[in-house]
Design a protein. Structure first.
Length: 301
């Protein structure tokens, strides 16, 4: 068993294998290597795509699935994470966890023997989202090398995961266009060799790019401290004008969803011919399949 808690924990080869396998599943590859195994999903925060995609991924791979909501485990009555994980490791092969909190909780759960722990969103990273994103790009263009992705919006958990994935992908460029005061911290760019950059003005972005990506401005719907935050964000809306300024004939648009139409993206872009957001959502499932297979070392030879 091996866990996927942060993309910082895996190698370049691991990421390439996971993305490649997600693309294979997207192309119709089938397998049931988890037959007779059990997967738990523990979600303390709301989820449509991630929760459903992991359920479907596990069942397509042949596993039985049990789901836990925020009030279902004895954690709420005072049982420790370590004791909970030790018990669950006797029943489950993998546990998919969304907390939107400290990643240290997942690392503590992962100390249990024979239990693969998978990060389905913590406060500062959404690793399986980045795998779905990269699978969508790889499927569209045939390879990741030589591609340039422009991320527009808040430096949130999705942006952080993209930065980590880009750092592991040779000859892949990521540019973040973020409002001042809402970008990624400087340490997010360590070890990226300058292939991950952050700007606050569209005029500074190298053009054209292969992918334009945006995300919900209020991650998990959480309000911001500044009541006037929209003033800072409004210039970063991905609309037809912004898209055309940075696009070539082959540029595509991605969104991790859910979208707040009329805020970070317009209907014209989200529903337009360049949008691959719905295919990207499908790849949440194929990426989940790849991760479950990899974490449980279940891939057939």
């Amino acid at each position: 068993m091996r866990s996927l808690i942060s993309l910082s924990d895996i190698s370049t080869g691991d990421l390439a294998a996971l993305v490649g396998r997600a693309v294979e599943f997207g192309a119709g590859a089938t397998a049931t290597p988890l037959a007779g195994r059990a997967v738990g999903t523990y979600f303390r925060r709301s989820s449509t795509r991630t929760r459903t995609s992991f359920w479907r991924a596990a069942t397509r791979l042949g596993a039985d699935v049990i789901t836990y909501g925020p009030d279902d485990l004895q954690l709420i009555t005072g049982e420790s994470l370590a004791d909970t994980a030790r018990v669950l490791s006797g029943y489950l092969d993998a546990l998919v966890v969304r907390t939107n909190g400290d990643v240290a909780e997942l690392r503590e759960l992962a100390q249990a023997p024979d239990l693969a722990v998978i990060n389905a969103l913590t406060e500062f990273e959404h690793p399986t989202q980045a795998l779905a994103d990269f699978a969508t790009v790889a499927e569209e263009f045939g390879e990741l090398a030589g591609r340039h992705l422009l991320y527009v919006g808040e430096g949130n958990s999705t942006a952080a995961a993209l930065a980590k994935a880009a750092a592991l992908t040779p000859d892949f460029e990521l540019t973040l266009l973020t409002p001042p005061g809402y970008g990624l911290a400087a340490e997010a760019f360590d070890g990226t060799g300058g292939r991950v950059r952050q700007h606050h003005s569209l005029d500074d972005v190298p053009k054209p790019v292969d992918v334009v990506y945006t995300s919900r401005w209020q991650t998990m719907g959480v309000s911001k401290a500044d009541p006037d935050w929209r003033t800072a964000f409004d210039p970063y809306q991905v609309n037809a004008g912004l898209l055309e300024r940075v696009s070539s004939a082959w540029t595509i648009f991605l969104h991790d969803l859910p979208a707040v139409r009329g805020q970070e993206v317009t209907d014209e872009v989200l529903d337009g011919s360049r949008s691959r957001a719905w295919r990207q959502a499908y790849h949440k499932m194929t990426a989940a399949m790849a991760v479950l297979e990899w974490c449980t070392a279940a891939r057939p030879s």
